[in-house]
Design a binder for this molecule. Structure first.
Ligand SMILES: NC(=O)c1ccc[n+]([C@@H]2O[C@H](COP(=O)([O-])OP(=O)(O)OC[C@H]3O[C@@H](n4cnc5c(N)ncnc54)[C@H](O)[C@@H]3O)[C@@H](O)[C@H]2O)c1
Length: 330
């Protein structure tokens, strides 16, 4: 048994198995229990990590467990986070924080009342390329940022438990599920957002191939175009371009791959595409290590419930703009 905090994982799908891998290399934490409704998924994680297979309620009720890691679909985040907080557990919850602001408020209130820490999985803040650009901007290497363009997407929405990504009421579609990563990163970089205007193919017959373009106007005066796509034939990739008064920063995740093959990437691989790169450590591991170190008193929290809530507000404003055709003031 490893020394450190004991973690119980709820949800062992694409993200849960990524988190389970992370705990194997985080020195001061141990994954001790896994719950998933699909026995083979729980079994696969248990075999690799030594975690015991139990129900979510058993894990939350176990007094020897310190941290609950919530990796179930978005519409279930609220219930598990509130239950975990009421049982006195610290909680790491995947992004987006919740499906609605009301649910997110209840999650924050439950954690505050119980005096437990809550972190939200906005992992882009842990990607080396995004951190590097953040520091270049903060060190004034490109001057005042005027315009930012970001792109994130793959081909066709992910396959998952009960096809939950395809259910708008459960997932919030491309904007809430995926490009919230960019909203969160941009808010971290550029400060509060003032106005949101968005267009999307949401609701059309070819919904599984959703495309969205969201314009954010920041209080600083900067403008961002955030593009999300489940129509990228070339598979999952991300890009950004930041233009400032003194220069430009440009990044394209595809440029790090020396050999390029472009095919429609619904090649039978199940689950959501999890980005890979030539990193020393997966950003998902760095993110969870940060939370464990927060609980150990060694580091400050990066994305807490308030931060997760603010990024959720932007994504929900974008959905409102898509539905009404009007700009939404925050
Ligand atoms: N940070 C990221 O980059 C990133 C990437 C992908 C997904 N996510 C987020 O992670 C969350 C999970 O997404 P996913 O792609 O792993 O979904 P998934 O469908 O692959 O996995 C979800 C798992 O939860 C299990 N589950 C459902 N209800 C349960 C319950 N009551 N008790 C126990 N297990 C239950 C399902 O059986 C399934 O295995 C979502 O909120 C998603 O938005 C984040």
């Amino acid at each position: 048994m490893k020394p450190g905090l004991k973690v119980g994982l709820i949800g062992g799908g694409a993200m849960g198995s990524t988190h389970a891998e992370a705990y194997r290399v985080i020195e001061n934490a141990e994954l001790v229990a896994i719950a998933d409704l699909i026995p083979e998924r729980a079994q696969a994680i248990a075999s690799k990590t030594g975690a015991t297979i139990r129900s979510a309620n058993e894990i939350i009720g176990d007094p020897s467990i310190d941290v609950i890691d919530v990796c179930v679909p978005t519409f279930l985040h609220r219930d598990f986070v509130v239950k975990a907080a009421e049982a006195g557990k610290h909680v790491f919850c995947e992004k987006p924080m919740a499906r609605s602001l009301k649910e997110a408020e209840e999650m924050k209130a439950a954690c505050d009342k119980a005096g437990v820490k809550l972190a939200i999985g906005h992992v882009v803040r842990f990607f080396p390329e995004y951190i590097s650009a953040y520091h270049k901007v903060k060190n004034d290497q490109i001057g005042d940022v005027a315009v930012v363009r970001t792109t994130r997407g793959g081909f066709a929405l992910p396959t998952a438990w009960n096809d939950w990504y395809a259910n708008y009421e459960w997932s919030g579609g491309l904007v809430l599920d995926m490009i919230i990563h960019d909203f969160d990163y941009l808010r971290w970089l550029l400060g509060p957002v003032e106005r949101v205007f968005a267009k999307s193919t949401l609701g059309r017959d070819y919904n599984r191939l959703e495309y969205a373009l969201v314009t954010l106007k920041f209080k600083s005066g900067a403008i961002a175009h955030v593009e999300g796509s489940w129509v990228n034939s070339g598979g999952f990739h991300t890009r950004f371009e930041m233009a400032g008064t003194k220069g430009l920063i440009d990044y394209d995740s595809r440029q790090t791959s020396p050999i390029k093959l472009t095919v429609n990437r619904r090649d039978g691989t199940p689950g959501v595409p999890v980005p890979t790169g030539a990193w020393e450590e997966s950003p998902y591991t760095t993110e969870l290590r940060n939370f464990i170190n927060v609980l150990d008193g060694k580091e400050g929290i990066v994305v807490d419930g308030n931060e997760g809530y603010e990024s959720l507000r932007i994504a929900l404003a974008a959905l409102e703009s898509i539905e009404t055709g009007k700009a939404v003031l925050l």
